[in-house]
Design a protein around this ligand. Structure first.
Ligand SMILES: [Zn+2]
Length: 162
C-alpha cells in the first residue's frame, strides 16, 4: 500500500535544523512513532508532499525550506513594549520581564500570540513573536512503519484512533 489521502500513516522521524549535520530538534525513534491522517491538513503540506506514494518500510530523507515550513523570520513580528505594560496591580515584578520568558498578547479580535522576551531595556521590553523555528530550514530523515485506510469515524473526527 502506498501513502495517499485519508490513509493513517505511522512513521518514525528525526528532525534537524538545515541538514544532516544540523542541530537535532526532535526525534521519535526512542519513543512513540508519529501517527497522522494523510492529506487532511494535520501536517505541513511540504512534509506530506515528500511522503506521498511511499510504502511501508521505506526510508525517507528530505529538506523543507523555511518558507514552506514555519515561515521566514519577520522583523515586523518583533515588538517593543513599554515596561509599564507588564505591571500587575501597578507593579512590574522583575520575573515578569525576564529574558527568555514567554508572554502572551491578545489583539482586539481576541487572537492570542505567544512571544519570547529577547531584550530588556529601561523603558521597553523587546518581544519576538516569530515562531521559534521561523527562518530555519528543516531536515527530516525517517522510516515509514505502517499505512492503512482511516476508518469513517477517524475521518469524521480528524484524528487517529488507537
Ligand atoms: Zn475521535
Amino acid at each position: 500500500m502506498a501513502i495517499q489521502k485519508n490513509h493513517v500513516v505511522e512513521l518514525h522521524y528525526k528532525l534537524q535544523e538545515e541538514n544532516a549535520e544540523g542541530e537535532l530538534v526532535e526525534s521519535t525513534f526512542e519513543s512513540e512513532p508519529l501517527k497522522f491522517i494523510f492529506g487532511i491538513g494535520q501536517m505541513i503540506p511540504a512534509f506530506e508532499e515528500n511522503l506521498e506514494e511511499k510504502s511501508e518500510g521505506d526510508d525517507f530523507s528530505f529538506s523543507i525550506v523555511a518558507e514552506d515550513a514555519y515561515g521566514l523570520y519577520d522583523e515586523r513580528a518583533v515588538a517593543n513594549i513599554p515596561v509599564g505594560d507588564f505591571a500587575v496591580d501597578g507593579e512590574v515584578k522583575p520575573e515578569s520581564i525576564e529574558l527568555g520568558r514567554q508572554v502572551g498578547l491578545q489583539d482586539q479580535q481576541g487572537n492570542t500570540y505567544q512571544g519570547i522576551i529577547t531584550e530588556v531595556g529601561d523603558e521597553n521590553v523587546r518581544v519576538d513573536f516569530n515562531h521559534p523555528m521561523a527562518g530555519v530550514d528543516l531536515f527530516f530523515t525517517g522510516k515509514i512503519l505502517t499505512i492503512r485506510e482511516a476508518t469513517p469515524s477517524e475521518l469524521d473526527h480528524g484524528h487517529v484512533h488507537e
